[in-house]
Design a protein around this ligand. Structure first.
Ligand code: GTP
Ligand code: MG
Length: 199
């Protein structure tokens, strides 16, 4: 995918605020601080389009990034950030859950897992929940630059095993810092989730 145009099209917290042009959407989900906003920036080739932070809990709204006027990349708040006030956590969870559950335009999900660690209980719950709703899911195993090359296969196997992935499922190692995995992730997104939007 050649990204010719990327823009922040919409920041929303409820259905009435989300885009209404019917373009397909790809949501990027994962634990807080796993690198969703960083990965989105790498994917669209813009360093500061999505706001990132070393502190978890940065993205608190559902942010729609229009790509090539064809589809949206959607940055949703991360889960598992325990330090925010409970009322805030409840609000984000409800907003995200409703979006993921009911959004007709949602064509598929890229789920981020830190390649250094075994997926946690909340990752497994999220994965099973998404599967239950019938979404196509691609796993991006992020922070690839933080492990040795020799560890990649082992870590990918751990992720596959812990989430119970099958032969047809994808785990793509990715580094938001070094931008490795970008082309492969775009290819799989196009093929598996968007089904050739340019046709
Ligand atoms: N080394 C390394 N650091 C990364 C990578 N991706 C993200 N980071 C760092 O991880 C931190 C969190 O990144 P964000 O992109 O803000 O994470 P997020 O998932 O959007 O976080 P929330 O919005 O809080 O849910 C930042 O300090 C990033 O620089 C990566 O691939 N490699
Ligand atoms: Mg973020």
């Amino acid at each position: 995918m050649e990204v010719k145009k990327a823009e922040l099209s919409c920041v929303g917290a409820s259905f009435s605020q989300y885009p209404s042009d019917g373009r397909p959407e790809i949501a990027f989900v994962g634990k807080s601080n796993v690198g969703k906003s960083t990965l989105i920036n790498a994917m669209v080739g813009r360093n500061r389009l999505a706001r990132t932070s070393s502190q978890p809990g940065k993205t608190r709204t559902i942010n729609f990034y229009g790509v090539n006027d064809l589809f949206y990349i959607v940055d949703v708040p991360g889960y598992g950030y325990a330090k925010a006030p409970k009322t805030e956590i409840d609000r984000w969870s409800k907003m995200t859950e409703e979006y993921m559950q009911k959004r007709q335009e949602l064509a598929g999900v890229v789920m981020l897992i830190d390649i250094r660690h075994e997926p946690g209980a909340n990752d497994r719950v999220m994965y099973d929940w998404l599967k239950h709703y019938g979404y196509k899911i691609i796993i991006a195993a992020t922070k690839l630059d933080k492990i040795k090359r020799s560890q990649i296969q082992k870590q990918v196997s751990v992720i596959k095993k812990t989430l119970g992935l099958g032969a047809g499922d994808f785990v793509i190692p990715f580094s938001g810092v070094e931008k490795t995995g970008k082309d492969e992730l775009w290819q799989v997104i196009e093929r598996e989730l968007l089904e050739n939007p340019e046709e």
